[in-house]
Structures are given as structure tokens and as C-alpha cells.
Ligand binder design. Structure first.
Ligand SMILES: Nc1nc2c(ncn2[C@@H]2O[C@H](COP(=O)(O)OP(=O)(O)OP(=O)(O)O)[C@@H](O)[C@H]2O)c(=O)[nH]1
Ligand SMILES: [Mg+2]
Length: 294
């Protein structure tokens, strides 16, 4: 039957890959009012149990994927000004972040902090001698790595080391694992890195830790989005990247959030804020659900 329809109407021209979808495939309101709503949600978020002081969010992923920039971006949104808490770097080569560090974000001038913290770690590299060891990330998940520990790409921290925390509290453990992937080069991700990420993911599944993927650099990944971030959920390219991540790491689409980090800007922008805040609100709720179950 279909050939008759085609014959009658003519074969419709193939949709151009660069053309956006007419309707956004994920509902995302981008307006000042929405920014206020998601901002308020994160600002007022509280942990629903007293078993932990804060929710611990671990960012991991390939080197230069934008892990440190994401922490800075969340802080920039919350402070409403250009900030750098975690040092990010533009040079290639080795992972810039070497130390295991916890970042608390200031809530207001009274010295209080948000009820979540970020752990920034060394990036994963295909070359075993250049990036963080998979076993070290697994140790971080379980709360065994002490603050300030300098990762050694040549050997992982083990129970035999003095620094190894063999009796971690629930506070020390990770409550949400965030895999940070660079949107512009996902398709080129070396198999070796993906295998390492899958191993970490499997351990997180075993421990019941929720998982989220943040896709950074959507501005570099898609011209439409680079010109106007409002196109983020109309872009075929971004949807394809998300699907690719979902397939590669076996994470459902509703746990994947594309963002553009603050890198060059010195002022904040409503749409950039909304995509970052939306991702963060989901992360803290997933982490809170996990802590509630412990
Ligand atoms: N265009 C664009 N550049 C980004 C984005 N996020 C990060 N970058 C850039 O990517 C580079 C690496 O960012 P980092 O935040 O240092 O990445 P990282 O994952 O912490 O890297 P390592 O600590 O070295 O493993 C920097 O030059 C950032 O400015 C983004 O959303 N868009
Ligand atoms: Mg870093």
C-alpha cells in the first residue's frame, strides 16, 4: 500500500539532520519565571532524613569532559556571579584534576552551605598510566578515599594503604554517581574508557547508587544549540547524542541531562541556568531517595 501512497504523493524529501524537530521532544520551559521556579527548588531543597549531613555527588568521566566546569557552573548559577571553586583547564593531555576533593557550596553570607557536596576526581584516560584507576573510583563510591588524596594512575589505593578509610560512614559514601560525557566527541570515545565507565557503573548498580549522565559541551556539539540554547530539545543532534550515551552506558533517557557549562561567560544567562538547575534538581532528589533507602 505504501508504494501507492508514495507514487501518488511523491516520496517526501528526507528530513535534514540539521533541521530541528518542530516540537521539543522533552518538555522544557525556558523563561525567567521557570528559572525562578527551578532556582527556588534547589535553594530550598532539604534532605529528608537526618542520617547524613549532606548528599555526596561524585562526578567521573573522561579527562576534559567538563567535570570541574560543571561544579563551577552550578556554583555560578547559585551565587549569581562568575565563580571558580573547582579548577578547570583548557589544555589537553593529562587530567588537570589530580586530587580527591570535596566541594561545598556556600548558601548565603551567614556561612551556611547547601545540603549537597560534589566530589571532583581525576579523569579517565584510555592509557592506564595517565588517568584515574577504575578501582579508585570504586573505592570513592564506597567512601574509602580520604579527602585530599592524590590519585596515582600507576597504582590504586588498597586496604593495605594507611590512607584507606576502612570504616566509612554513610556521609563518606557516594549517594549519586554522575557520569560526565563531552557532547562534541561522544562518538569518538575510546572503547577502553567506555569499558572503565561500565565497570564503575556496574559497581554503582550493585551498591544501589543512582546514576545520572550529564552531557556537556552541547554548544560545541550542535550549531543550532550554539546559536540558541533554546533549541536544546528540538535538536536532532542532541537527541541522537543522548540516545548514543543511553546505549553506550545503558542509562535510561530520563536520567540523561544535556548542559552547557559556564566557561567563557562572565555573566549568567537564564537558559544556561535552567538546564543546569534542572539537572541538579534531579540529581539531589535521586541522591535523597538513595539515602532514604539506607
Ligand atoms: N564549549 C564548551 N566548553 C566546555 C564546556 N564544559 C567544559 N568546557 C571546556 O572543556 C575544558 C575542560 O573542562 P574541565 O572542566 O577542566 O574538564 P574536566 O573533566 O574537569 O577535566 P580534567 O580534570 O582534566 O579531567 C575547559 O576548557 C572548559 O572550558 C561546555 O559546556 N561547553
Ligand atoms: Mg577537572
Amino acid at each position: 500500500m505504501s508504494w501507492k501512497i508514495n507514487w501518488f504523493w511523491g516520496t517526501p524529501p528526507a528530513t535534514k539532520y540539521s533541521e530541528p524537530f518542530e516540537d521539543p521532544w522533552r518538555e522544557m520551559i525556558l523563561s525567567d519565571k521557570q528559572r525562578q521556579r527551578v532556582f527556588k527548588e534547589l535553594k530550598e531543597f532539604q534532605i529528608s532524613t537526618s542520617t547524613v549531613r549532606h548528599l555526596r555527588i561524585l562526578l567521573h568521566g573522561p579527562t576534559h569532559s567538563g567535570k570541574s566546569s560543571f561544579i563551577n557552573s552550578v556554583n555560578t548559577v547559585l551565587q549569581g556571579r562568575n565563580t571558580t571553586v573547582a579548577l578547570a583547564n583548557s589544555a589537553g593531555g593529562f587530567s588537570f584534576t589530580r586530587k580527591f576533593q570535596t566541594y561545598k557550596l556556600k548558601k548565603d553570607r551567614s556561612g551556611s552551605f547547601f545540603p549537597f557536596v560534589f566530589n571532583d576526581i581525576m579523569g579517565l584516560d584510555e592509557n592506564d598510566s595517565r588517568g584515574v584507576q577504575t578501582d579508585d573510583i570504586i573505592s570513592v563510591l564506597g567512601g574509602h578515599v580520604p579527602e585530599g588524596y592524590t590519585f596515582n594512575p600507576m597504582s590504586a589505593l588498597t586496604k593495605q594503604h594507611m590512607e584507606y578509610n576502612s570504616a566509612p560512614s554513610l556521609d563518606d559514601k557516594v549517594h549519586c554517581l554522575v557520569s560526565v560525557l563531552p557532547g562534541d566527541v561522544i562518538s569518538l570515545m575510546p572503547q577502553g574508557i567506555l569499558e572503565k565507565m561500565k565497570k564503575v557503573r556496574q559497581k554503582a548498580i550493585d551498591l544501589g547508587i543512582p546514576q545520572v549522565i550529564i552531557i556537556t559541551k552541547v554548544d560545541s556539539a550542535c550549531k543550532l544549540v550554539s546559536k540558541d540554547l533554546k533549541m536544546i530539545y528540538k535538536s536532532r543532534k542532541i537527541k541522537e547524542k543522548m540516545q548514543e550515551c543511553s546505549n553506550l552506558l545503558d542509562v535510561p533517557m530520563h536520567c540523561i541531562f544535556p548542559v552547557k557549562n559556564y566557561c567563557e561567560e562572565i555573566t549568567t544567562n537564564t537558559n544556561v541556568d535552567i538546564v543546569i538547575l534542572t539537572a541538579m534538581n534531579n540529581i539531589v532528589h535521586f541522591a535523597n531517595d538513595f539515602v532514604e533507602r539506607q
